[in-house]
Design a protein around this ligand. Structure first.
Ligand code: NAP
Length: 380
């Protein structure tokens, strides 16, 4: 095998980010070799991916083994794939808390960790970034906002004065409280500019997603929370901005397409032409506009900022309560506006542990999932 070919494992290859990672790899075939693929329950798609990429290692969560045809692929846990000596770069494209253990395994094995899955960084950012330093692992952001910040900071010797995360505002931008009270899951799943998995799409509609991204920014770039702000930019062309001490700003622009940040994470520091990626056509862009977020009607953003300021186990409480509340909303068991109500209650009921161990984080997550479920009137 050519030494310049990178061996990639994609955890969550059947999801939105996972599928787009494979699209990038298909377009740049001589650069990458897929050695690991993992899925949750979508075994039909995983089987197709296995047939196409012939990975050495696979994992799936579902116990329905009959559907997965793979004579050549060895079944390993996600953690064992993430730490395997034959893997150079691990793409963490799982959703929610699912990628936490594998992210830590990859980091502790000193891998290049291209991370889209935001919840592990939000819950255990201090531990993950600390372990990455100790083990010489590189954390390469895939989230478009963090990729933008990373690209803006490249080559800058001084720390930024301020980081501005852009947000599309989601499908309910401008809605009143009364309107938000009536919105349905199918409306919330229609994002105006991005096609993503369900959890992150609902989080974008509540603006919780931007709150989680503030915490990711804090850990990925070692920037205090108070230096990070949010601006609504409905066109989703500017993916984030950095202000420097002299008052200059840098921004990164492209059409909203996750293949840009995925490709950059995989090829950096090199930039590589890819004919499949849409190029900005300035004759068609009518304008780039900005407005402040509506903190009153989208309280998840403020809740996340407050959890980030307190730190410790509070971000874990926020993530766990949000994951449960989003699941209930998608099943139409609670209202859209109940998501923030359940998260607020979980934070109020929690006594923070300010310097948690991984065990504290895992225990807090389990407790809050149970209590949020109960609070919503469910038995589990
Ligand atoms: N999509 C985007 O454009 C985007 C942008 C920025 C950041 N992100 C972040 O990237 C992450 C992935 O997002 P996504 O939109 O790609 O999500 P998604 O479409 O829901 O995909 C999630 C992937 O994780 C797998 N998975 C879920 N739970 C699992 C479990 N318990 N064990 C093993 N595998 C499991 C799923 O498998 P099955 O489908 O086979 O069940 C699927 O492959 C999220 O944290 C999201 O916030 C996404």
């Amino acid at each position: 095998m050519d030494n310049s070919v990178k061996n990639i494992a994609i955890l969550g290859s059947t999801g939105s980010i996972g599928r787009q990672t494979l699209q990038v790899i298909r377009n740049l075939p001589r650069r990458f070799h897929v050695v690991g693929l993992t899925a949750g329950k979508n075994l039909e798609l995983l089987s197709e991916q296995i047939a196409e990429f012939q990975p050495k290692f696979i994992y799936y969560q579902s116990d329905n083994t009959s559907k997965v045809k793979s004579q050549k692929s060895k079944f390993l846990s996600m953690e064992d794939i993430a730490r395997h000596p034959e893997v150079d770069t691990v793409v963490i494209a799982t959703s929610g808390k699912a990628g936490l253990d594998a992210t830590l395994a990859a980091v502790r094995a000193g891998k290049n960790v291209a991370i889209a899955n935001k919840e592990p960084l939000v819950m255990a950012g201090e531990i993950i970034t600390g372990e990455a330093k100790r083990c010489n692992a590189r954390i390469l952001p895939i989230d478009s906002e963090h990729s933008a910040i990373w690209q803006c900071l490249n080559g800058e010797p001084q720390p930024p004065k301020r980081i501005i995360l852009t947000a599309s505002g989601g499908p309910f931008r401008g809605y009143s409280e009364a309107q938000l009270d009536k919105v349905t899951a199918s409306q919330a799943l229609k994002h105006p500019s991005w096609k993503m998995g369900k959890k992150v799409t609902i989080d974008s509609a509540t603006l919780m997603n931007k709150g989680l991204e503030i915490m990711e920014t804090r850990w990925l770039f070692d920037v205090p929370i108070d230096k990070i702000s949010v601006v609504i930019h409905p066109q989703s062309i500017i993916h984030s901005m950095v202000e420097f001490v002299d008052g200059s700003f840098k921004a990164q622009l492209s059409y909203p397409d996750m293949r840009f940040p995925i490709q950059y994470a995989l090829t950096q520091p090199e930039r590589v032409p890819n004919a499949e990626l849409p190029k900005l056509d300035w004759s068609k862009i009518q304008g780039l506009t900005f407005e402040m977020p509506d903190f009153k009607n989208f309280p998840c953003l403020e809740l996340a900022i407050s959890a980030a300021r307190t730190g410790g186990t509070c971000p874990t409480v926020l993530c766990a309560a949000d994951e449960m509340a989003v699941e209930l909303f998608m099943k139409e068991e609670i209202k859209f506006t109940d998501i923030a109500r359940l998260v607020r209650q979980a934070l109020q009921d929690h006594k923070p542990i300010l310097h948690p161990t991984l065990e504290d984080i895992i225990k807090t997550d389990e407790q809050v999932r149970k209590s949020t479920w109960k609070l919503a009137g469910k038995k589990k």
